[in-house]
Every structure is written in structure tokens, then in C-alpha cells.
Design a protein around this ligand. Structure first.
Ligand SMILES: NC(=O)c1ccc[n+]([C@@H]2O[C@H](COP(=O)([O-])OP(=O)(O)OC[C@H]3O[C@@H](n4cnc5c(N)ncnc54)[C@H](OP(=O)(O)O)[C@@H]3O)[C@@H](O)[C@H]2O)c1
Length: 298
């Protein structure tokens, strides 16, 4: 099957803009006809990695033959960019598809474009994109969620050619909770690794979280293979309340900054252990009382 190459414009030459452009041009074979950004620095960085016919810091330079636009600016700039696009008289809105890539915002921020005839969508890469040089093999594995106007899912399947199996539909009303889950899966996981490093340092150990990698990896593997609840082990799951007390005392004395984090996770872990039926309601309640007493909830 041969694909029709689309004329694509990227607005926002940052990490996601560069990755999407690489995906669409190198993997699928579309043309990046324009890249628009806020500064020449980000444009130059983009051009070192992806070819584009027009580059500009003005949205007015978007060519009239553009068929697909990706707004990959920070969330706070998306609505403004969309409103500026709506003022462009040279665009053929009825032949235009516009996406943004925010995980939390819906396609509603692009509404003015839909009123003019464009198809709109929020297409969120479910990935932590922290640099500009992902390999094609890595990019191919990225999953996306998609929400938008009525025809957007079919159109996106067409634009993404045979990568449609990696695109999952999502409803507008699901986006905020979905994004909270993503933040836990990525950002808070990093914060957890940071806390682990700091605790090891506080213990004067010359190891960091990499030493604990096998433990982290087996926990994820067990969650995959046994299910999240059944994967739980440790003092709370065993009902070792005195071990939890030792932890809380040590943190209170030596590392009080970490006490709220430990306590919040302990409360969630008590919930999981109870769900697993490894602790009784009575023990769960005793443990909750203990943890709460260290964070002033009792
Ligand atoms: N990074 C991730 O892991 C990730 C994952 C999924 C989704 N997202 C979403 O993807 C979007 C982009 O995130 P990012 O991490 O790629 O951000 P980023 O690296 O900070 O890139 C944003 C780019 O937008 C440009 N820009 C800012 N305001 C602009 C405007 N008004 N007009 C044109 N260009 C403008 C910036 O240009 P200058 O550099 O020249 O200032 C910058 O290059 C966000 O909606 C974010 O929520 C991010």
C-alpha cells in the first residue's frame, strides 16, 4: 500500500515537536513543510534533526497548502496559537487537521478551528520525552491516546498509516484522571527515585538507586505477571506493624522531610494489603492509626 504524503506543520520546536516530526517524516514518509517556534535557537536545534521546507518564528508563515498541523507548544500557549491560526485567511480549514499533544487539555481548546471546518484532536504521546534524539526504534514503540472531533480517529489512522494499533481512543471526561495516572507513572516515579537516593545518602551508603534496580525491576515484573495487588510484599503486607513503627521513628528523628511521603505511601499500601486480604480489618485500622499519629492526623 502506498501512502499519500501529507504537508505537515509543527508549531513548537521542542522535545515533542521534534519527536513527532521525526516520526511522521522518517517513519511514515510525510513532508514537514513548516516548523514555527518562538525562538531561532529552537528552530536551529530542530533543523539539526529534521528537514523542514519553511522555518519561522511567525505563524503567518505557515504555507497555505498545509494539511496537518501539530501544536506542540507548552499547554499554556495552545489556545492562543489555535486562536491565531483561526485568523489566518490563507488556510483551507475544510482540508485541515489540527492536533495538540497535551495530556490534560481536551480538543476543546482548538474549537475555533473546528467551527471553521477543520478536524481537531488531542493526541498525547504516552512517554516521557526528555531529550531530542530518540532512535526510530524507540519512537516506533510509543503509544498515543486520542480524543477529538467525530472523524478524528479514522483520519488519524490514515495519517499514522499502519501505526494505528498504538493509538487508543479516550473521552474528554477521562482526560484529567488519565493525566493524573500518567503523572504518577512518570513524574512521581522520578520523585520516588530521588527520595530513594536521598535516603541511601542519609544512611551514609555509597550506593544510589541503581543498586536497587533489580528490586525495582522485579516489582514491576511481578505487577505485570501477578497483577498489582498480588505483587505486594513487605512489612505492611506481612502485618509487621513494629517494623513500620521503626521506620516511622527513624524518619521522624533523622529525615522528617521524607515522613509525609513515606506515610502517604504507607496508607495506600495498607489499602492494597487489605485488598489482597493479607491483613485483617482490625490490623489495617491499627496500622492506619499508627501512621496517622506520625503526621498529625490523630
Ligand atoms: N515532554 C514530555 O514528556 C511530554 C509528553 C507528552 C506530552 N507532552 C506535551 O507536549 C507539549 C510540548 O511539550 P514539550 O515537552 O515538547 O515542551 P518543550 O520542550 O518546552 O517545547 C515547547 C516548544 O514550544 C515553543 N513555543 C512556546 N511558545 C510558543 C508559541 N507561542 N508559539 C510557537 N512556539 C512556542 C518553545 O520554543 P522556544 O524553545 O523557542 O521557547 C519550545 O520549543 C505540551 O503540551 C506537553 O504537555 C509532553
Amino acid at each position: 500500500m502506498t501512502i499519500k504524503p501529507f504537508n505537515i506543520a509543527i508549531i513548537g520546536a521542542g522535545r515533542v515537536g521534534t519527536l513527532i516530526a521525526k516520526f511522521l517524516s522518517e517513519i511514515i514518509g510525510h513532508r514537514i513543510t513548516a516548523v514555527i517556534s518562538r525562538s531561532t535557537e529552537s528552530l536551529q536545534r530542530f533543523l539539526k534533526r529534521v528537514k523542514a521546507e519553511t522555518t519561522s518564528i511567525s505563524i503567518l508563515d505557515i504555507p497555505s497548502d498545509v494539511e496537518v498541523i501539530f501544536i506542540t507548544t507548552p499547554d499554556s500557549a495552545i489556545r492562543g496559537v489555535a486562536e491565531n491560526l483561526c485568523k489566518l485567511e490563507n488556510l483551507n480549514f475544510k482540508n485541515l487537521v489540527v492536533y495538540h499533544t497535551s495530556g490534560v487539555l481536551t480538543s476543546d481548546v482548538l474549537s475555533c478551528l473546528h467551527w471553521l471546518g477543520a478536524e481537531i484532536g488531542s493526541l498525547h504521546p504516552v512517554y516521557s520525552i526528555s531529550h531530542f534524539d530518540y532512535s526510530i526504534d524507540e519512537i516506533k514503540k510509543i503509544k498515543f491516546t486520542l480524543e477529538g472531533s467525530r472523524k478524528i480517529y479514522d483520519i488519524t489512522k490514515w495519517i499514522f498509516y499502519n501505526f494505528d494499533f498504538n493509538i487508543f481512543p479516550i473521552e474528554k471526561s477521562q482526560k484529567i484522571l488519565y493525566h493524573i495516572a500518567c503523572v504518577f507513572a512518570s513524574n512521581y516515579m522520578i520523585s520516588l527515585l530521588h527520595a530513594i537516593d536521598e535516603i541511601l545518602k542519609k544512611a551514609n551508603l555509597s550506593i544510589d538507586n541503581k543498586f536497587l534496580s533489580p528490586l525495582i525491576e522485579i516489582s514491576l515484573k511481578n505487577a505485570d505477571e501477578l497483577g498489582v495487588v498480588n505483587a505486594l510484599t513487605g512489612p505492611i503486607e506481612r502485618g509487621d506493624i513494629e517494623t513500620v513503627r521503626l521506620h516511622l521513628d527513624e524518619l521522624k528523628n533523622k529525615f522528617p522531610e521524607i515522613l509525609p511521603l513515606y506515610s502517604s505511601l504507607a496508607i495506600e499500601t495498607i489499602r492494597v494489603a487489605f485488598k489482597k486480604k493479607s491483613i485483617s480489618v482490625n490490623l489495617a485500622s491499627k496500622m492506619l492509626d499508627l501512621v496517622s499519629s506520625y503526621i498529625g492526623r490523630k
